[in-house]
Design a protein around this ligand. Structure first.
Ligand SMILES: NC(=O)c1ccc[n+]([C@@H]2O[C@H](COP(=O)([O-])OP(=O)(O)OC[C@H]3O[C@@H](n4cnc5c(N)ncnc54)[C@H](O)[C@@H]3O)[C@@H](O)[C@H]2O)c1
Length: 354
């Protein structure tokens, strides 16, 4: 088997590369990445000893892909500028050229040289105003949805694939949705098999978390290194809720999807931990305190950024029904995985997080 992972030095890409390697010792695995994300270079170091080929390349340049001069059984398109805030304050060219034009370059490469492709999209394709219209109440230290709301695509299980995408969603979200549309056209016009996963928050070891992306890793790291944090928005109490999914669970799902690619190409799946693997930031602080045995100062910034949403819970029923998939790792397990990674790589990670 030959596998190409774009963004392969990033958090998700490198995690998947390692998981493929664990299960398929003889597979050819190529990770292409331009190393734009600070810290990605650390993930590359272990590729050599794991017989994973690294190619320094940029998906904005079609020739960086065609220069591979190879066909692949599988491509995972995991390269991106993954922050929802990307381009919001100014020039959107990087996010658009990578997340939209770059993804198109990948699909074009897939058309010619790849049998099955998985495109990592995002829950951020859903409209912010629609997400904000979910009525919430406060239970303990988290927001919870008020029962029995009449909103298309929303239920007590969370947000399903038919939730509103019609209104503004951020430059990041729009770039991903536009790529999704093109993936469908590639299937329709050329038979290019592309499966689309709209992921909620993915969290686990190997992520170089920042305030604007990867905050759940940053939260553990700041507890570990004794650095202050800030609850931002919604009154600054840390009540906002997300569900989490670990790359290992994503990997399990992807294998089923690749096996069933003939029937599920062109399908869109919401992928996330759902209510049972959800946490508010405030609850997450408790996990971090428990595992690091440390409390850090957490400031309150009551004002809410216009791109933020108070709650996102994934309804993964479609993926669960189709593939018999259910995430195995819960929030505590994910925190433990991140903690162990930081602990085992403390000297490498200190310059990045501390
Ligand atoms: N992490 C999450 O919570 C999450 C949630 C939903 C969707 N996603 C999607 O999953 C994918 C992987 O995200 P991640 O968390 O691993 O992010 P990441 O930043 O860790 O990894 C992305 C990688 O892409 C590389 N990259 C950026 N621009 C590139 C370019 N022009 N050419 C080649 N490589 C480039 C970066 O250097 C980085 O290593 C992205 O498509 C992201 O939008 C992530």
């Amino acid at each position: 088997m030959k596998i190409l992972i774009t963004g392969g030095a990033g958090f998700v890409g490198s995690s998947l590369a390692n998981l493929f390697r664990d299960e398929f010792p003889t597979a050819k695995i190529v990770c292409l990445d331009n190393l734009r994300r600070r810290g990605s270079e650390l993930n590359v170091r272990i590729f050599k000893e794991r017989n994973i080929q690294f190619v320094h390349g940029d998906i904005r340049n079609p020739s960086d892909l065609s220069d591979l001069h190879e066909t692949f059984d599988v491509m995972i398109e995991a390269s991106a500028e993954p922050s929802v805030h990307a381009g919001a304050q100014g020039d959107p060219s990087y996010v658009l050229h990578t997340n939209l034009v770059g993804s198109l370059n990948c699909f074009e490469f897939a058309r010619k040289y790849v049998d099955r492709t998985i495109f990592l999209s995002t829950s951020r394709v859903y409209s912010i105003s629609a997400l904000n219209s979910i009525q919430l109440e406060t239970h303990g230290n988290r927001f919870v949805p008020v029962p029995n709301q009449n909103l298309q695509g929303f239920s007590s299980c969370g947000i399903a694939e038919n939730f509103c995408v019609a209104k503004a969603k951020s430059i990041y979200g729009a770039s991903k949705l536009a790529s999704e549309l093109m993936a469908l056209e590639y299937l329709n016009s050329y038979g290019t098999k592309i499966i689309i996963n709209r992921c909620g928050v993915i969290a686990g070891r190997g992520q170089f978390g920042k305030v604007d992306q990867g905050v759940f890793t940053l939260w553990v790291a700041n507890h570990y290194f004794g650095k202050p944090l800030k609850y931002i928005g919604y009154g600054g109490q840390g009540l906002q809720v997300r569900d989490l999914v670990h790359p290992r669970d994503l990997y399990t799902l992807m294998k089923s999807q690749l096996e069933m690619a003939e029937s599920c190409a062109g399908e869109v799946y919401n992928i996330g931990g759902g209510l049972s693997v959800s946490t508010s930031l405030s609850e997450y602080t408790e996990h971090c305190r428990r595992i690091t045995e440390r409390e850090v100062e957490i400031a309150c910034e009551p004002n809410t950024n216009q791109l933020d949403v108070p709650l996102y819970l994934t309804d993964s029923s479609k993926a669960e029904k189709t593939f018999g998939w259910k995430p195995a790792l819960d929030s505590a397990g994910i925190v433990e995985d991140i903690y162990n990674w930081i602990h085992d790589n403390e000297s490498d990670l200190r310059p990045i997080f501390a």
